[in-house]
Design a protein around this ligand. Structure first.
Ligand code: PSU
Ligand code: MN
Length: 306
């Protein structure tokens, strides 16, 4: 294994006994949600993974190591420090390791580290994608390129609704990344279950997804898959409410001149404010729902492999 990797005891045991493992990211902790909900959510995510037959491996960069599996204290640290922790995507990994800069890993960096540790399934909230107005800004998340190249299946509630979903789907198509709806034909839009766009395939069970993962692997097809798992109905937000908040947040962002990697954290935070916390409650629930499905998929992949 990559010598920069440091496994927690729980993850080391899972590797030694060949148990199913689910990777979890840490940008969502430090940059995606406010304290203390970020820490509560991260701990609960780990519990949901355990309750569904897999071992959680929350990933971050700490003290010059690629950490796979974090202690509760480390999760609390990432949550409390929040935006002070470096938001780390693929490009930042080497620099942060060299200079021992603590990093909260995005989907792209987490996928890379998960693959290095031999982990095949990863749960997040929503992936980054092609931002609205990308034709001017060229703001396209590194998450998409990572999905093109790294062999990890990412369970998300679609792409975040703050993005341009049509262009995000086009980009994924160009890169050969399958977009799989879990029991849906529609691409979910993060806070709500539906969008105007279709997924590539509609699959019915964790077993079917596991079969797809192993078939893709046997075929030698490089890259990840995106599992689009709609937020449970009772937690989903009315489209008008969320769209209004997104539009307003985008206008305010523009007037403040916020750009680049600050974009996503700013928008998510502003939308929480504008919806008086409703979007945060939805975000937490969609993440839980993804952790559950990811654990079920990891369990089924493991059943095929043993
Ligand atoms: N899912 C969430 N909240 C988040 C993220 C995902 O529910 O904050 C994070 C992921 O780490 C993802 C990042 O990689 O947002 C996207 O950032 P950017 O748009 O700058 O690539
Ligand atoms: Mn970006």
């Amino acid at each position: 294994m990559n010598s920069y990797i440091e496994l927690s005891k729980e993850v080391a045991r899972a590797v030694a006994y060949n148990q199913p493992i689910v990777a979890l990211e840490s940008t969502i902790i430090s940059h995606g949600m406010p304290y203390p909900q970020n820490v509560e959510t991260a701990l609960q995510c780990q519990q949901i993974v355990r309750d569904n037959g897999a071992v959680p491996a929350t990933i971050a960069i700490l003290n010059g190591k690629l950490k796979v599996g974090l202690s509760d204290e480390e999760i609390d640290f990432l949550g409390k420090e929040g935006q002070k922790i470096h938001k780390t995507s693929r490009r930042d990994i080497a620099y942060n390791i060299l200079h021992k800069i603590n990093g909260a890993t995005t989907v792209s960096a987490t996928m890379y580290i998960a693959e290095q540790a031999g982990i095949k399934v990863f749960a997040t909230g929503g992936i980054g994608g092609v931002h609205r107005n990308a034709e001017d800004t060229m703001d396209i998340s590194a998450d998409l390129e990572e999905l093109a190249n790294t062999n990890v299946t990412v369970v998300s509630a679609g792409a975040k609704a703050i993005l341009d979903l049509a262009l995000t789907l086009e980009y994924l198509e160009t890169k050969g990344v399958p977009v799989i709806g879990y029991q849906t034909d529609q691409l979910p839009a993060f806070y709500s279950r539906e969008s105007d766009f279709k997924v590539n395939f509609n699959v019915q069970s964790p077993k079917e997804i596991a079969d797809l993962i192993t078939t893709k692997q046997f075929l030698g097809l490089k890259g990840g898959m995106l599992i689009a798992n709609p937020i449970p109905k009772k937690y989903s937000m009315p489209k008008e409410l969320i769209n209004e908040a997104i539009e307003q947040a985008l206008v305010e962002m523009e007037s403040l001149g916020i750009k680049g990697k600050e974009t996503t954290p700013y928008l998510l935070g502003k939308i929480v404010e504008l919806t008086k916390g409703k979007s945060l409650a939805a975000n937490i629930q969609l993440v839980y729902n993804n952790c559950k499905l990811a654990a079920q998929i990891a369990y089924e992949v493991h059943q095929i492999e043993v």
